[in-house]
Design a protein around this ligand. Structure first.
Ligand SMILES: Cc1cc2nc3c(=O)[nH]c(=O)nc-3n(C[C@H](O)[C@H](O)[C@H](O)COP(=O)(O)OP(=O)(O)OC[C@H]3O[C@@H](n4cnc5c(N)ncnc54)[C@H](O)[C@@H]3O)c2cc1C
Ligand code: FES
Ligand code: FES
Length: 1359
């Protein structure tokens, strides 16, 4: 067909994984992700956030340019990309790269082999982000790499995935898998994997990697599409316009487009909807990307002009090229700095479609905290607009001060003028400090400064200066004019700078309601200081050769060469620099103990693994979304849905009134009492479930729920209790049953009497943490015959979900079947908290007699699901002058939220992990406070994390009072074998207490003492960076629970295994598979290896295996393994005599023959079991220790984790690769709790940091740069499952080492202040909040540190 004909036809045509798709009509607001997931079989792009913030949905888009005959490939977030914008494009998803049928791509296989996929929910998106980088690297003109490698560098490989979130792995293995493709990688640096063995030569290692051959790379753009690419969609069928000239755009905007109140939207990348979620439908879209003038970026003598639709990625590439030419020019300097800064905006897959114009318009119109707006303000940019009156040119600053642009005004381009004055030197620098150094985080403050300066009378004269600040809680970026005026014409010296900084503080004042306002103001001061301080001492600048003969200098260059040691570090931007994993595996129970790769990991990477939301919707399926209360305590008088095109498909609102007679308002079972499914007439907390809106699509349901108006009545209502103090005042407590009471040790008064020193009533407060599993809560309920219901749920406890659903519907339990195949991350959040979702789903399906599915959106999930327990601890401690603690008493108030959930186990967990030290005597009073907050639930190490941390905080406090090294106080109080058994009820047998040896080993392997010395020296030499190091031990009590299993052998000898435990990414299936092979291999040990491949562990089905219980508490893998071993024992007993017979008869026998014969002889080939731990052997202790070293930046409060070393005792690990993954992943999740994740609620207790924009889990750039883990095999443990110990939760506690090291670094910063005589408080007696985010760290160093430094200099000068 001719091109013209196609254009006339004007259909939306594109390709997905090489398949042509033509859509005669489509709702133009449909995103690519919605289309792929609901209308194709390609489910690898996952919905993790819908905000562009997680990368789970990343796909590759390929565009063909018929003129240049070139294909452009780039990654995008499919959750934000509109389908209509992809006309003529080709889309590749992870299953398009490779799959089970056609063979996996080497990316998938290397991810699997490097143990880089746990729950697998993030993995397809990771693979596509990486693949995009790989494809583009191959196009570059770098020299050809050695065979098997790509042109990508290691650093590019890491950066490619810098914006993708993973909650399971801790990123290190993902980085390693990606780096295997890098031409510059040293193969010896790559981590633990299933491809090669210790001792293999480099060549052998390379040869064992799944082959990558770029020349055989498949085409990302199918040939057939080249002849079909068209750009104009038929506007009579699609309300989507793609004008090709400014004139056409103008006439379109002046045409009848907006007649009869029709709405329209100008659109480029549509990434703005990640921030400003749309709850209305537009009648028309106008795509600006086909107007050539708007997509051009060019440079001439006068400056750079950027068309409004130029993407941020394209601008960065252009600027990078520019910075290579014209060395020394203003253009080069500006280009370099802009490119560097812009690489920290969002993430690659957002920048690839996000336009510069879209960004600026969002800043102008909506007050978006943009970086680009600030950069351009600092550069005095000008803009061209097309308004209804015609074309207009004005400065960006003028445009910012105008009222928000109307919808018909189009930004055409931006120009950055170049400075020409040859007599002065130009300085230009930009700044941003954000929770993540490499992007995917908005800045607390951003800034762009330029100045021209000259040498004058022995000083640096400021001829002109521009200081632009943005994102600090301001409507739009602003210039600090008063500071500029003050500085202009002045010769810089310390006094001038000091005065200028005072003005900065007055100029940068965040609006009311902005978080961390003082921090932001002080950050602005830091930036200006960093910019100008090096020029206050002209001699060092001159001696560095910086002010002579060079026209343009960057501040960084001055800083680097300034030899006063002040800002000498420069900016470090490396990601993970090295990592080492040591495992001590055992072959005693082979193949148990082998570091086998995770079952199905390659399939997960290819996106073929099926999660609940990947199950195709049955015909007639409806979708539900929760309406929750935003008030903590209020009567609900009514719910009204807002009428809106997007909510047209709403079918029903389900509330407690819809519970059938005979059923009950039950949404979850906890330890004792059930929890209501819906608030009846009274909402009890902000986030309480009020109703579920059911609609024909998830989007309609979500919009209806989000815009629903709830009529509250708070008259005559008690004031809600949000804090533990309020609960105490009203005696609102949850009972702790006696068997869950922790045990006290010794006599507190006696211990206090023995003490030389005492601390009385000191306080610690800890906040909450959200699970951030990548797959949010989800369920699908399908009504079946005879009042039965099949419910698929992403749950850690299908058995209990089953019970709750039946109770709610009032049907016998045999009417319900709950199925869970795999869970996209749980971390405890899908134990109790998943039950209301599946129950509400089942209730809606029951009432409407149609299948209903609920996929809770990220914001609602964050608000409703609760999380870790906040707590307040008051302690009194007595200790000797030697540091030995003699007595500790704690009053612990735990905020349990509105329902009991699993909270009664918290006191025991807190105290048990706190008992890791010998406190002499230990007494406590723990109260569980019932408040009007969402129910707090189990989260990885519930209570254990807090308890272990509280112990460290107390040790820190004691050592600071004694002015002793914290490490020596720790050592003084680590248990002896005897004291350990005193505190833990004689649980440990002789030889099992490995902690002291782990601590010693770690001191050696991490060079702890040498590094401590080096850090002292570092801190003496460096004014603005301080380092700290800390070694932290843990003791964690794990408890085994009963667990069922079932093993069935099929005719061909393949084996099906069912267990009570759920595969959450923790490798349960892999361990169970190994155990099956081992245990059945007892018939004939040489069969064991082959048997592994014959085993398939299948989904949990509550009607097939009963009594599955909870998958929680770290021990489910081993309990499931043990249950399977019991089943296998039965089968072995049945099959061994037969095997002997056959062997005697035939001389030899193999597994298939044995099974065939068993079938013939009617030997039962199925066995089930219920493993119940022996009384007294269910609990055991885990030991480990970590050393972490951090560096803080006093100017910004940023903490960089330079190194973490972990040694962890896994007993005889069932699978060291899986356990290594658990250790690293848990540790990084712990870093999130201690350092990154700010869980914020408003005055009503409603969670407000409820998006990827505000809640920042660790990313690859926030993990330890040097990350070493040693899994110790401590040998035989007779009461454990094949001598193994658990790894799921305990290592999370070790992340406290990072927090303690940060504290040590802050202490060094405070010591320096003391030295300057500028510290009013104590050097070491300060409390560092958890999480120690940037504002917290900087606040503890002193928000006026810079001013104090300058005051010190001024005082020195005047003396
Ligand atoms: C996860 C994420 C993280 C981000 N982080 C940052 C960050 O750290 N710093 C930062 O600065 N930005 C950040 N952004 C914002 C991002 O830069 C903008 O979303 C993007 O540049 C908008 O471009 P777009 O082409 O997608 O605009 P669209 O979403 O298509 O449009 C945005 C708005 O501008 C209007 N519009 C677009 N172009 C024009 C035009 N030429 N004339 C008139 N109106 C127009 C549209 O009608 C719409 O109202 C982030 C975005 C995401 C999704
Ligand atoms: S789902 Fe698209 S980025 Fe998270
Ligand atoms: S494997 Fe990355 S989120 Fe689970």
């Amino acid at each position: 067909m001719l091109m013209e004909e196609i254009q006339k036809k004007g259909s939306l045509v594109f390709a997905v994984n090489g398949e042509k798709i033509e859509l005669p009509c489509i709702d133009p607001s449909t995103t690519l992700l919605q289309f792929l997931r609901s209308d194709t079989c390609f489910k690898s792009p996952k919905l993790g956030c819908g905000e562009g913030g997680c990368g789970a949905c990343v796909v590759l888009v390929s565009k063909y340019d018929p003129k240049l005959k070139k294909v452009e490939d780039f990654s995008v977030s499919s959750c934000l990309t509109l389908l209509c914008s992809l006309n003529g494009c080709s889309i590749t998803t992870s299953e398009g790269l490779g799959n089970t049928r056609d063979g996996f791509h080497s990316i998938h296989e290397r991810f699997a082999g490097f143990h880089a996929s746990q729950c697998g929910f993030c993995t397809p998106g990771m693979c596509m982000s990486f693949f995009s980088a790989l494809v583009n690297a191959e196009k570059g003109n770098k020299p050809n790499p050695p065979p098997g490698f790509s042109k990508l560098t290691s650093s590019e490989a890491e950066k490619a995935i810098a914006g993708n979130l993973c909650r399971c792995t801790g990123y290190r293995p993902i980085a390693d898998a990606c780096k295997t493709f890098a031409a510059d990688v040293d193969i010896e640096d790559l981590g633990f994997n299933s491809f090669w063995k210790k001792g293999d030569s480099k060549e052998t290692k390379v040869s064992k990697l799944p082959p990558y051959d770029p020349t055989k790379n498949f085409s990302t753009y199918p040939e057939f599409l080249k002849s079909e690419s068209a750009m104009n969609l038929d506007s009579s069928r699609y309300p989507w316009y793609s004008p090709v000239s400014i004139e056409e755009l103008q006439s379109l905007l002046n045409s009848n487009l907006t007649e009869n109140g029709a709405s329209f939207k100008l659109v480029v990348g549509n990434t703005g909807t990640g921030y400003y979620k749309e709850t209305q439908r537009y009648d028309h879209y106008v795509d600006l990307r086909y107007i050539p003038e708007l997509s051009i970026v060019k440079r001439d003598q006068t400056g750079i002009e950027v068309g409004a639709t130029v993407t941020i990625s394209k601008l960065i590439s252009f600027l990078k090229e520019e910075s290579k030419v014209n060395y020394g020019s203003y253009g080069k300097l500006v280009s370099e700095k802009l490119a560097y800064h812009m690489e920290k905006i969002a993430s690659p897959f957002v920048r690839n479609s996000a336009s510069v114009g879209g960004n600026l318009v969002m800043a102008q119109k909506n007050g978006f905290p943009s970086d680009i707006a600030t950069l351009f303000l600092g550069l005095s940019a000008t803009v061209s607009l097309m308004t209804s009156h015609g074309l207009e040119k004005l400065t960006w600053e003028e445009l910012l001060s105008r009222p928000p642009l109307d919808s018909r005004t189009v930004l055409l381009s931006v120009s950055i003028p170049f400075k020409k004055d040859r007599n002065s030197k130009f300085l230009f620098e930009t700044y941003r400090a954000a929770p993540r150094p490499h992007g995917n985080a908005l800045a607390y403050v951003n800034a762009a400064f330029q100045a021209d300066v000259s040498l004058y009378q022995n000083g640096v004269l400021i001829n002109n200066i521009q200081l632009a600040f943005g994102a600090y809680g301001t409507k739009h970026a602003t210039r600090a004019k008063k500071v500029e005026e003050y500085l202009t014409g002045k010769i810089l010296n310390v006094h001038v700078l000091y005065e200028a900084l005072k003005l900065v503080k007055l100029a940068v004042i965040p609006e009311d309601g902005t978080l961390h306002p003082e921090y932001r103001s002080s950050l602005a001061v830091s930036y200006v200081f960093e910019f100008l301080y090096p020029f206050t001492d002209v001699h060092s600048a001159i001696s560095g050769g910086l002010l002579a003969g060079i026209n343009d200098i960057s501040v960084e260059e001055v800083s680097k060469s300034s030899n006063d040691g002040c800002i000498s570090q420069g900016r470090k931007q490396t990601l993970l620099s090295s990592a080492k994993q040591v495992v001590e595996s055992s072959t005693e129970y082979y193949p148990v103990g082998e570091p086998m790769k995770k079952v199905g990991a390659a399939m997960q990477a290819a996106g073929e693994a099926v999660y609940v939301d990947d199950i195709p919707s049955p015909p007639n399926c409806l979708h539900g979304a929760f309406i929750y209360s935003t008030k903590p305590l209020a009567a609900v008088k009514g719910i009204q849905l807002k009428s809106n095109q997007l909510t047209d498909g709403v079918t029903d609102i389900i509330t407690f009134k819809d519970i059938p007679s005979g059923g009950a308002n039950i949404g979850a079972i906890r330890l004792f009492d059930p929890e209501p499914l819906f608030a009846d007439d009274l909402a009890q907390c902000a986030g309480d479930r009020i109703a579920v809106v059911v609609a024909d699509s998830q989007r309609s349901a979500d919009v209806a729920a989000r815009t629903a108006l709830i009529d509250y009545d708070t008259a005559n209502m008690d004031s809600p209790m949000l804090t533990v103090e309020e609960a105490v005042e009203k005696s609102s407590f949850i009972q702790i049953p006696p068997f869950l009471h922790p045990k006290e040790v010794g006599d507190f008064s006696k211990g206090m009497a023995e003490a030389d020193h005492k601390i009385l009533s000191a306080e610690i407060r800890l906040g909450s943490e959200y699970y951030f599993y990548m797959e949010t809560q989800t369920a699908l309920a399908i009504p079946d015959e005879d009042n039965c219901m099949v419910v698929y749920t992403s749950s850690q406890s299908p058995e209990n979900a089953h019970h709750v659903i039946a109770s709610c519907l009032g049907v016998p339990e045999h009417n319900i079947r709950v199925i869970t195949r795999r869970v996209g991350g749980g971390f405890g959040g899908k134990s109790v908290r998943a039950m209301p979702v599946s129950t509400a789903c089942a209730l809606a399906a029951y009432k409407l007699r149609r299948p209903v599915r609920i996929y809770v959106n990220r914001n609602s999930d964050m608000i409703m699901t609760g999380g870790r327990h906040p707590m307040k601890v008051t302690y009194s401690v007595g200790f000797k002058s030697s540091g030995k603690i003699t007595a500790l008493h704690l009053d612990i108030l735990i905020n349990a939220g509105i329902t009991e959930d699993i909270s009664p186990i918290l006191p025991l967990n807190v105290i048990n992990s706190l008992k890791k030290y010998d406190w002499g005597a230990l007494s406590f009073d723990v109260k569980l406070c019932k408040t009007n907050l969402t129910s707090k639930s189990t989260m990885r190490g519930p209570g254990d994390v807090q308890g272990s941390y509280i112990a460290e905080a107390i040790i820190e406090h004691v050592s600071s009072l004694l002015s002793m090294e914290v490490d020596s106080v720790r050592n003084k109080n680590v248990h002896t074998f005897e004291s350990l058994n005193l505190f833990y009820d004689n649980i440990v047998e002789a030889g099992e207490y490995t902690l002291p040896s782990i601590m010693d080993k770690l001191a050696v392997s991490s060079s702890f003492f040498q590094r401590s010395k080096m850090i002292e020296q570092f801190n003496q030499k460096n004014t603005w960076k301080k380092r700290g190091i800390s070694r932290v031990p843990i003791v964690f009590e794990a408890m085994q629970r009963a667990s069922p299993g079932k093993v069935s052998i099929l005719q061909d000898g393949s084996i099906v295994v069912e267990v009570g435990g759920i595969e959450l990414g923790q490798g349960l299936w892999t361990k169970v598979r190994q155990m099956t092979a081992y245990a059945l291999g007892l018939i004939e040990s040489s069969w064991a290896e082959d048997l592994v491949e014959k085993v398939r562990v299948i989904q949990a089905d509550t009607l097939s295996v009963v009594q599955g219980g909870f998958t929680a508490g770290s021990t489910t893998s081993e309990s499931s393994c043990e249950a399977i071993r019991l089943c296998c024992n039965v089968l072995v007993e049945r099959l061994t005599p037969l095997k002997k017979q056959l062997q005697e008869k035939n001389g030899s026998v193999d597994w298939p023959t044995l099974i065939r014969q068993a079938q013939k002889q009617s030997v039962s080939l199925a066995a089930n079991s219920y493993y119940v731990p022996e009384f007294g052997s269910g609990s055991y202790l885990n030991f480990g220790a970590a050393v972490s070293e951090v560096e803080i930046d006093i100017l910004t409060g940023e903490t960089t984790i330079l190194q973490s070393d972990i040694i962890y005792d896994c007993g005889q690990s069932l699978n060291p690769a899986v356990d290594m993954g658990q250790i690293e992943g848990a540790f990084v999740q712990g870093i999130g709790f201690f350092m990154n994740e700010e869980y914020l609620t408003n005055k009503d207790g409603l969670m407000v940091s409820n998006s990827t924009w505000t809640y920042k889990i660790p990313t690859i750039d926030t993990i330890p740069q040097n990350f070493n883990v040693h899994v110790v095999n401590s040998g035989h443990h007779k009461k454990r499952v094949l001598s193994s110990k658990t790894s799921g939760e305990p290592p999370l506690l070790l992340a406290a080492s990072v927090h303690c090291a940060t504290r040590a670094a802050i202490k060094a910063a405070r010591e320096q202040l003391k030295l300057w005589d500028k510290l009013d408080a104590s050097v070491s007696e300060f409390y560092l909040d958890v999480p120690a985010i940037l504002p917290v760290v900087k606040t503890q160093c002193g928000l006026d540190y810079v001013e104090k430094f300058l005051e010190t200099l001024l005082a020195q000068k005047s003396n």
